[in-house]
Design a protein around this ligand. Structure first.
Ligand code: MN
Length: 333
């Protein structure tokens, strides 16, 4: 006869455990624990930098909770053929200790935490939060590698190249502001999924002058997403030894991601995005990844939070494949 089940201990692994880390991985409570890990998950719960609907401060916890069962210790993927929790030491560092209404402080804290992860060689995966967090990510990446030391693959409806001088809110400016600060080389960023009404033609002219490359949804429909992603991977690999992957959940069609601040009809499906992220993460050496703009107050049935959860999981699947030298092995009958 087995020992009687402890009535309380089990709550950590149950559906409604009191501590919900990403995929139930161990929490990191010190910098030493972050340094000892391969991957650190970090929440950035701020949304004061948005142009329209706020709410992404609730994103990190919603994404952590965005799966069915808080099964402890394993996530074998039947389309990647790998369990990233078995292959990688992953810890969850909790959330940046933000102060409401203070975006500069939030960015400073995030840049410090991500900078530490880069310094000790632990891959940071940040859950936003609004896309202004890329200001902090790019600052930290520039600090670690210089502007010629990393490339960027950016999934988004919007280019986020608004001019800060015009009063554009910070979640719409990171990729312009970082280029202007000299932290990002414009010829090393590839954007995927642009559509809708913004950027404007003058902003596209500015982007062209920086050497930026982008694929609109029209191009994706014409050529197919796999061809565009393959080009982005080759582009990133040619330009730097490591890549920052940033995924704005609004690259998905609002049918798949209603819970976001600036939705735009006509986007990717969740299935397409998951495969694209798996391809990127298994083909390139990622130095940082983030998943931004999940806004739970506008979500329905956690559709968007689940999509965010699985996009991160496919990033981890890709990282695990690459670091173990394996290729995806789909389960077949
Ligand atoms: Mn964005």
């Amino acid at each position: 006869m087995s020992a009687p089940r402890d009535p309380v201990q089990g709550s950590y692994g149950a559906y409604f455990g009191i501590l919900r880390t990403y995929c139930g991985v161990a929490p990191a409570t010190s910098r030493d624990e972050v340094a000892a890990a391969d991957v650190v998950v970090l929440g950035a719960p701020f949304d004061e930098a948005v142009s329209y609907r706020p709410g992404t401060r609730f994103g990190p916890q919603a994404v952590r909770e965005g799966e069915d069962v808080n099964a402890m210790g394993e996530r074998p993927s039947l389309h990647a053929g790998i369990d990233p929790l078995a292959e990688l030491r992953i810890v969850d560092w909790g959330d940046i200790d933000v102060q409401a209404g203070n975006i500069p402080l939030a960015h400073d804290l995030l840049a410090e935490a991500v900078g530490f992860a880069l310094e000790v060689g632990t891959l940071p995966i940040v859950i936003g939060g609004d896309h202004s967090l890329s200001h902090a990510m790019l600052r930290a990446l520039h600090g670690a590698y210089g502007s010629d030391g990393y490339s960027v693959i950016h999934f988004d409806t919007h280019a986020d190249t608004g001019d800060p001088a015009t009063g554009e809110p910070p979640h719409g400016t990171p990729f312009r502001a970082a280029i202007e600060r000299g932290e990002l080389d414009g010829s090393r960023i590839f954007q995927i999924g642009l559509r809708g009404t913004w950027p404007t033609p003058p902003e596209f002219d500015w982007m062209r002058a920086q050497g930026m490359r982008w694929a609109t949804m029209d191009e994706i429909e014409d050529r197919g997403l796999p061809a565009v992603v393959a080009e982005a991977i080759a582009f990133a690999a040619e330009r730097a030894p490591r890549t920052y992957l940033t995924v704005d959940i609004d690259v998905l069609d609002p049918a798949y991601a209603p819970g976001t601040g600036t939705p735009e009809p006509g986007g990717l499906t969740t299935r397409e995005l998951k495969r694209a992220v798996l391809a990127v993460a298994s083909s390139l050496d990622l130095c940082a990844m983030d998943l931004v703009e999940v806004s739970p107050p506008y979500d329905h049935a956690a559709i968007t939070a689940m999509a965010g959860h699985r996009v991160i999981l496919d990033c981890l699947n890709g990282v695990a494949l690459r670091r173990t030298g394996r290729t995806a092995q789909r389960q077949m009958p």
